[in-house]
Design a protein around this ligand. Structure first.
Ligand code: PRX
Length: 692
């Protein structure tokens, strides 16, 4: 039997426990402040009674079916979408076990569909044509726009027709490097309409990072814009793309077309760098194309998009998602985890450059015909009340963000929040890193006025959608816990040897069976896919996260256990930062570790040794930080450079990161055994230089 099923059964008993009744009474009496003493935070009876999943029993029933009959469970849901042709006999076929052959995952194979059609045409046919699909709020207050589902379809078709006209065909890659303009989801949908594979690159990545991704997936077309304003700063995106394209052309990977959106609010056309013959203004060509474009019908297992993410080695991994399973999974997780209703106004603060913006700004919400808010700017511009100003302006009811923003707003003070009513809010969400209980409570008590459940969704670029998440209204929450697995997800906590541990425990978080939204491979490197995710614990998908499960079966994520740092919810590989640092001519060696950071969750702490004879200086520190900015992007800039005459290494030359982590967090009395070091004295040197 499945261990989680047993937890589910015992959870059904939860609300009848003595402590629980006390909490329930507190809720009814309006005293439901989530405080240090309150371990469980119950949804209000009013919330639960209207919720899609209104009790642990209801969840238990659906969860049980999803595990015992995954094919039946997911087929029923998939049937709500439009399929040109239904999938074959086998709903899912998978091999998770490398010992039995190549890892493979397939869902709805043989089914023929199109995700753009399901986001737009299908919803329009169902009567949502005049419903607002996207609200757009610009960087400057007072600048806004919106598109209905009908209008969005027209725009998507025009761009799709343009892409066809320049030769983009089914299966071709298109790289998109855009800020949060409506044109970003439009570009994604235009690609999926014609079966092209989009690869969105977050518009904070450097030219080098773009070039690396272009070289890997060889797109015909790159879509960008001239510039964007974020807060008070203008960022000239086209210049960055230009540098990337020049590099790609020199390396034998030329790009034919660079479609450039003219973002007039940030910059004028005349001062934009330009290459005739390759570059073309979006506004000059796209609006001339017809607003109707036939859909390219694709197999459920045809690729939908590539998204590069950091791993523990230097080279980013091209995570590949396919069409059918991803569609069904993102739509379903969105609906249940946010208790979505057609009257909701939904705002996710993530950028479409990350997976959250793919699954929960674009596809998941639009598959549900939701009204989605797209925000171009910075959440603290012009001041720290901007988010709540926007919430009131659009009557946002579901607000999904990252703990780093919660902590930063919390630090700025309650007055910015209290200035606004926020009474439209109904459900809050958190993603990207563990949310610490004090930030959870502030989010719950101050932002949500102790009224809105928080969906702390645990998932990854690789998983496509939520794997462990609260279902608001179904069961009480515990601040800081992602609670329970979503339908069809079987988590397993394993020990170092790969043995599954039952009951209350901690260990490595793995998943036992596939779910429809799982990634299918790493682009061009299936072997790395198997090695990274399926070889550590054969028979399981290994997430790279540590986790514990408490006596009530709640899951608590504890962070990465590999060499990946999570900075403000962004995954950064230590090896990537190290290779950027050592490319500096005066840097001999670098070792990067994560260190606790009050706002960002983790900060980047870099130990560097210098080339013989080079003195350390403030100027050199700056140029080391600059090299990381220019090779990866500003978001990966180290918070601290620690000059080191030598690094602690074993006699075989391996850097002892365990010791570096302790030094970085100034836990000098927890250094542990240093006797195996080749040169034990370097430890004291490092401590002495810590604040130089
Ligand atoms: O460590 C986990 C953390 O973010 C990692 C995935 O990062 P990425 O692929 O960039 O996707 C971020 C958005 C899904 C995970 O391995 N993580 C994400 N959500 C949570 C989390 N850690 C704890 N709690 C979460 N809710």
């Amino acid at each position: 039997t499945d261990s989680h099923l047993r937890h589910v059964d015992s959870m059904a008993l939860l609300p009848s426990g003595a402590g629980a009744i006390q909490h329930l009474n507190a809720v009814i009496l309006g005293e439901a402040l989530a405080s240090e003493e309150n371990d469980l935070v119950f949804p209000s009876p009013g919330f639960s009674s209207q919720a899609l999943i209104s009790s642990p029993e209801k969840y238990g029933e659906m969860y049980r079916r999803s595990i015992e009959d995954p094919a039946g469970f997911w087929s029923d849901i998939a049937s709500e979408f439009y399929w040109k042709q239904k999938w074959g006999e086998q709903v899912c076929s998978e091999n998770f076990d490398v010992r039995k052959g190549p890892v493979s995952i397939e869902w709805f194979k043989g089914g023929v569909t199109n995700i753009c059609y399901n986001c737009l045409d299908r919803n329009i046919e169902a009567g949502f044509g005049d419903k607002v699909a996207m609200y757009w709020e610009g960087n400057e207050p007072g600048f806004d726009d919106k598109l209905t589902y009908n209008e969005l379809l027209d725009k998507v078709c025009q761009l799709a027709n343009y892409l066809i006209s320049v030769g983009v065909k089914k299966g071709d890659a298109v790289v998109i490097y855009l800020p949060m303009l409506m044109e970003l989801p439009i570009a994604m949908l235009a690609c999926s309409r014609i079966g092209a594979v989009h690869s969105v690159v977050f518009a904070g990545f450097s030219a080098e990072s773009i070039a690396q991704r272009i070289t890997d997936c060889k797109p015909k077309v790159v879509i960008t814009c001239n510039a964007v304003k974020r807060g008070a700063k203008v960022i000239k995106l086209k210049e960055i793309v230009d540098a990337a394209l020049t590099e790609c052309a020199q390396n034998g990977c030329p790009v034919d077309v660079c479609l450039t959106y003219d973002n007039k609010l940030a910059m004028d056309r005349e001062s934009t760098v330009w290459k005739d013959g390759r570059d073309i203004w979006w506004q000059d060509v796209v609006p001339k194309f017809p607003t109707k474009c036939e859909v390219e019908w694709v197999d459920a297992e045809d690729p939908l998009f590539l998204l590069y993410t950091s791993g523990s080695t230097g080279k980013p991994k091209g995570v590949l998602h396919t069409t059918g399973g991803y569609m069904v999974y993102t739509a379903t997780t969105f609906k249940y985890a946010f208790d979505y209703k057609q009257s909701d106004i939904y705002w996710c603060t993530a950028d479409c450059g990350w997976i959250t913006g793919h699954s929960y700004v674009t596809y998941g919400p639009m598959l549900n015909a939701a009204s989605v808010l797209i925000f171009e700017g910075a959440p603290t511009y012009p001041d720290s009340g901007r988010c709540w100003d926007i919430v009131d302006k659009y009557k946002v009811s579901i607000f999904y963000t990252a703990p780093t923003l919660v902590r930063s707003l919390m630090r700025d003070g309650d007055q910015y929040v209290k200035r606004y009513s926020r009474k439209s809010l109904r459900v809050l969400g958190s993603v990207g890193e563990p949310i610490n209980p004090s930030a959870w409570r502030w989010f719950y008590n101050v932002v949500g006025d102790s009224r809105c459940p928080i969906s702390d969704t645990w998932w990854q670029t690789e998983t496509g959608g939520f794997l462990i998440t609260p279902l608001p209204g179904a069961w009480p929450q515990k601040p800081g816990s992602a609670t329970y697995p979503f339908f069809g997800v079987q988590p397993a906590i394993v020990d170092e040897k790969g043995n599954e541990i039952e009951g209350e425990c901690s260990g490595y978080l793995c998943i036992k069976r596939s779910w429809p939204g799982a990634f299918r491979t790493l682009y061009g490197d299936h072997e790395r896919y198997e090695t990274t995710y399926f070889k550590a614990f054969p028979g399981y998908y290994f997430s790279g996260d540590g986790c514990s499960r408490d006596k009530d079966g709640y899951y608590w994520l504890t962070g990465r256990v590999d060499d990946v740092i999570n900075v403000s919810g962004h995954r950064i590989g230590t090896a990537e930062v190290e290779s950027a640092l050592v490319s500096h001519p005066q840097c001999a060696e670098a070792a990067v570790v994560g260190v606790e950071h009050e706002v960002k969750g983790q900060g980047i702490y870099a130990f560097v040794t210098l080339v013989e004879g080079v003195p350390y200086s403030e100027e050199l520190r700056k140029s080391l930080v600059a090299v990381v900015r220019s090779q990866i992007g500003a978001f990966a800039a180290p918070d601290k450079i620690h000059w080191a005459p030598g690094l602690p290494k074993t006699r075989s030359g391996k850097i002892m990161r365990r010791i570096l982590r302790k030094i970085a967090s100034r836990q000098y009395d927890e250094l542990g055994d240093t006797s195996t070091l080749a040169e034990p004295q370097v430890v004291q040197q490092l401590i002495d230089l810590a604040d130089v």
